[in-house]
Design a protein around this ligand. Structure first.
Ligand code: IVH
Length: 673
């Protein structure tokens, strides 16, 4: 780069960083992940180091934080609130330690206090005569915002110090943060109220602390750990960092339980690895660890460089969020038929591994995150959790970005995709055929409450599918003794028992068969209702959605799934094969709901009846009647058994006809009660 090029680059970087500072510090709405911001800042620092004559007083390297938001008073920090130098590698840590040893002239390994680097925001708490007098944010390091009224709402922060004999003035510095559990609960509630959730716990903590109304802050689950001192009006202080932390704790201030005194680079690295492994199990976010020389004498020897101490270092973990480009979206079909959009990404190093695929969860999320093919997106990989696309950066969207469209047909089997209104998941409707759903479909088909094929458990189904012996439920009935006996761990006796069980399963009922098909949303009760409403399979397969909805308890979503299922040629083919294999049932007599005199009538059952209530209820439902739990003006009949109580009284008051069991039976038989 020539000199003019360097100048242009410097200006560009400063403008960009300034813009992102404003987004982050003032608006609490960062546009880019921290790792990207760090890179911009490091590039600027590097260039300025090479061209010191080009450093300007307004460069972001010449100050530490942002400017105070409107609405809060300013607070001067008598002892400035410092920032920390960063290390991103073991070598940078070793370099830091080497310089510290040089400057202290120590030939012994240095002793450090190691602690988690909490991902929240720094505050300074000022106690006078033991009382919390003022709390301030860091701001630019010398002037912050007065957030006393908000900080007083944080339960972890004492309003009065413990014990007696405190120094006249005690300033404690530490981090306010939002524990993950509280963050998740808070976001859940925000979504339920239709409000915008926070992107991460740090933003949530910052947003909560900077509320102008402290009553809102009070409802936010904030926490605090102290990590240092500001102004203190006594010289009588412990002479180590660890001793001072214990001293602070003695006054009743929370200190992280993770502090550890370690020796040399090896001790630091051991701590770094341990915390790295524990990172995802903690109830709060940390983005690295901090090492501080434990000896205060050594700290004083080393002093400061610009606004950061030379005696402390933040050792960062690999970023869990990164930017990359979305190249394409493919749809994966899960074992229950749900379609998951999967983003194909330009490979990016995030969370310690190279990621080229990430989940987009479902189409609702695609819309909510406003992601398009060609977009620059934020990818997150935290711990062992599968990587996900967090959102896009619409400001970087290319003109030719393409919307992500739900396919009309299953990428595995070609069946129609259905997504009933109001459902997040889109699904393949080819349940009996689809290769992705094969194992689950057959397991369900064989299960006890479905076709009840004795001896055909989940493990065996998996084996049969993996060996290529069966591809759909109908193939079960073509299995031979030799095929079964050839399977691992299958004796000839059990093979012939299984064949007998398969044979026995052929005589079934329509409702079991319908349940066995594994149609989405069709459980046993719905299968029974459909069987009673249609009597046989053919009229059900021919029914349109509005006819399906005349079945008791079948609404638009169930009707859409049933209709789509029977429309798939592949499903019909498998059903044909099953019938050819002699699966049979007795057709039921149906009373068409439209002509039944009970259609639409509402019954309430009370008292002791001679048949189980569910049985009576099912018969009524099959005739198109409704059964309600309490008597109202809308009730058509109260069926009262022995010892009927308040419902009978109420029916009397409302002039509602009351039937005894005999009257009910006459009605059910189509006679007048
Ligand atoms: S010490 C003497 N210790 O990191 C240096 N800072 O990058 C003052 N932070 O503003 C900071 N955990 O908000 C220190 N255990 C820890 C920390 C910590 C998080 C934050 C703090 C500070 C920033 C500096």
């Amino acid at each position: 780069m020539d000199f003019a090029g360097v100048q242009r680059r410097l200006e560009h970087l400063r403008r960009e960083i300034g813009r992102h500072d404003y987004q982050y510090y003032v608006l609490n709405e960062p546009l880019i992940p921290d790792a990207e911001y760090d890179r911009l800042l490091r590039e600027l620092e590097g260039l300025e180091a090479d061209y010191p004559e080009l450093v300007t007083p307004d460069s972001p390297t010449q100050r530490v934080g942002g400017s105070p938001a409107e609405g809060f008073d300013e607070v001067n920090h008598a002892v400035p609130m410092l920032s920390l130098g960063n290390a991103f590698s073991d070598e940078e840590l070793a370099e830091f330690d080497r310089r510290a040893r040089d400057r202290t002239g120590s030939d012994q390994p240095l002793v450090y206090l190691a602690e988690p680097k909490l991902d929240g925001l720094a505050v300074s708490l000022r106690y006078e005569q033991g009382l919390l007098l003022r709390a301030a944010t860091r701001g630019d390091g010398s002037r912050g915002e007065d957030v006393t009224r908000n900080v007083r709402t944080i339960a972890a922060i004492p309003l009065r110090l413990l014990g007696t004999g405190w120094p006249e003035v005690l300033e404690v510095r530490g981090e306010v943060f939002m524990p993950r559990r509280g963050f998740e609960a808070f976001n859940r509630q925000a979504r339920e109220r239709g409000e915008k959730p926070f992107a991460n716990p740090r933003n949530a903590a910052a947003g909560s602390l900077r509320q102008l109304d402290p009553r809102i802050t009070a409802q936010r689950p904030l926490a605090f750990y102290a990590y240092g001192l500001g102004e203190v009006s006594t010289a009588d202080l412990p002479d180590t960092q660890s001793g001072r932390m214990a001293w602070i704790k003695g006054w009743g201030l929370p200190v992280s339980p993770e502090l550890a005194v370690v020796t040399g680079v090896a001790g630091c690295l051991g701590y770094y690895r341990r915390m790295g492994e524990r990172r995802d199990g903690l109830d709060y976010d940390i983005d690295g660890v901090v090492y501080k020389l434990d000896s205060i004498a050594q700290q004083e020897q080393l002093g400061f460089v610009s606004r950061a101490p030379r005696w402390a270092l933040a050792h960062k973990f690999p970023a869990q969020e990164e930017l990359t480009r979305l190249l394409a979206v493919e749809f994966q079909v899960g074992r229950t038929g749900a379609l998951t959009p999967v983003a194909r990404l330009e490979p990016v190093f995030v969370g310690g591994v190279t990621v080229s695929n990430a989940t987009l969860h479902n189409m609702d999320e695609v819309e909510r995150k406003d992601v398009r093919i060609g977009d620059t997106v934020i990818v997150r990989r935290a711990g062992d959790v599968i990587p996900e696309v967090v959102r896009s950066l619409p400001e970087r969207r290319p003109a030719d970005a393409q919307p992500i469209l739900l396919p009309a047909h299953c990428p595995v089997c070609g069946s129609d995709i259905v997504r009933p209104e109001g459902e997040a998941a889109a699904r393949c409707s080819g349940g009996l055929w689809c290769g992705a759903q094969r194992k689950e479909a057959i397991k369900h088909f064989a299960s006890r409450r479905a076709m009840d094929i004795d001896g055909l458990g989940d493990k065996l189904v998996e084996q049969l599918v993996e060996q290529g012996l069966i591809q759909n439920p109908a193939d079960l009935y073509t299995l031979t003794l030799e095929q079964l006996a050839s399977l691992e761990r299958m004796a000839e006796r059990s093979a012939s028992n299984l064949l007998a069980a398969l044979d026995a399963s052929k005589a079934t009922t329509l409702e079991r068969f319908l349940f066995a098909l594994g149609i989405r949303e069709v459980g046993e009760a719905t299968a029974r209702a459909l069987a009673r409403s249609f009597g046989d399979l053919e009229p059900l397969m021919a029914a349109d959605e509005s006819r399906l909805q005349q079945t008791p308890d079948v609404g638009p979503v169930v009707a859409a799934h049933v209709h789509a299922f029977f429309r798939q040629p592949h499903n019909r083919e498998v059903i044909g094969q099953l019938r050819d294999a002699d699966i049979r049932w007795k057709p039921l007599e149906v009373v068409s709901p439209a002509v039944s005199p009970l259609a639409g009538k509402t019954f309430v059952l009370t008292g002791t009846l001679s048949h189980p209530r569910d049985e009576i209820k099912d018969r009524l439902l099959a005739l198109g009647a409704k059964v309600a739990g309490s008597v109202s003006k809308k009730t058509d009949y109260l069926v009262a058994g022995a010892d009927a109580g308040s419902k009978l009284t109420k029916a009397g008051e409302l002039d509602i006809p009351v039937l005894d069991e005999e009257g009910l039976n006459r009605l059910l038989e189509g006679l007048s009660p």
